[in-house]
Design a protein around this ligand. Structure first.
Ligand SMILES: Cc1cc2nc3c(=O)[nH]c(=O)nc-3n(C[C@H](O)[C@H](O)[C@H](O)COP(=O)(O)O)c2cc1C
Length: 275
């Protein structure tokens, strides 16, 4: 039955399929997986297993309980912005079926931190590790202040927080992965978290999510700065603005962040499937 549901949703426009899947999980209309146990410890957090659902699926923290029931050891909700915003005009997510790839330019469509907090406050069990991924509003004049606001508002619901500075779909955001911008955003997130939780044990560790389009020198410099600020780890990586030459789909030049399987590093998806 679930295979049929997957087949049907794959025929729908991508964003509609995404939204219907969120609603199905929210309503508990999803299979319950056998618990996969492979205990893993990261930054002081005990994961039942190391398979996580990345940010971008459950943007408004509506369906994370259903995602845990699917068997994920970790679910990262968001990206959540302080104020609600619509994101980019549709269509804004594209399946590159021939390439097993996806391009999205959602642009942080978010119902905002207050709606997310309401959903997170009804978390019924502490089962699974819940990450909360925070971002800045597109029109915000002070992006660092946005990280302070969201960290202060959402920290108490999170097992860990992710400061997302790597979406390619918010103009100027990725510039904040460097030097003073990076320090300012991370410091703001730490201050927001500590304002909410106090300087005590049990407050959520903070990670930073970086783009795959940094060159090695930029990446190491940004990591050094982030570690110096007290970051507990890195989420690597967000989607890329690069396009491998072997993509064949007509939609391959749509603007946005692309995600494709590792097989593209070695050959076409078709080659890797038949090998
Ligand atoms: C449709 C879509 C929407 C995404 N939205 C977000 C987002 O809101 N915030 C974010 O940090 N990452 C977002 N991502 C990036 C994913 O979280 C993830 O980092 C990326 O797809 C790479 O996945 P991988 O680590 O499995 O290779 C999105 C990805 C896709 C495909």
């Amino acid at each position: 039955m679930w295979q049929l549901a997957a087949k049907l949703t794959s025929r729908l426009p991508a964003e509609l399929a995404h939204n219907l899947t969120i609603q199905a999980l929210r309503l508990g209309l999803a299979p319950v997986a056998n618990q996969l146990l492979l205990p893993t410890n990261i930054a002081g957090m005990a994961f039942d297993n190391p398979v996580g659902l990345a940010a971008g699926f459950d943007k408004n923290a509506e369906a994370y309980m259903g995602a845990f029931r699917l068997g994920f050891g970790c679910v990262e909700v968001g990206t959540i912005t302080p104020l609600p915003q619509m994101g980019n005009p549709r269509p804004r997510v594209f399946r590159l079926t021939a390439d097993d790839a996806v391009i999205n330019r959602y642009g942080f469509n978010s119902k905002g931190m207050r709606v997310a907090a309401a959903h997170l406050s009804s978390r019924s069990t502490r089962h699974g590790i819940l990450g909360v991924n925070i971002g800045a509003n597109k029109l915000s004049q002070d992006k660092a202040a946005d990280y302070h606001k969201s960290a202060a508002h959402l920290s108490r619901f999170a097992d860990y927080l992710t400061v997302n500075l790597s979406s390619p779909n918010t103009p100027g955001l990725r510039d904040l992965q460097h030097e003073e911008g990076l320090r300012a955003c991370l410091q703001a997130a730490f201050d927001g978290r500590d304002d909410a939780c106090g300087p005590k044990a049990g407050r959520p560790p903070i990670f930073v999510k970086l783009a795959p389009d940094l060159d090695a020198a930029e990446l190491f410099r940004s990591m050094d700065i982030a570690l110096d600020c007290g970051i507990s780890g890195f989420i690597l990586t967000n989607t890329t603005t690069s396009r491998p030459e072997n993509l064949s789909s007509a939609l391959k030049d749509e603007a946005g962040g692309a995600f494709w399987p590792a097989s593209h590093l070695f050959g076409t998806a078709e080659n890797s499937r038949s090998s």
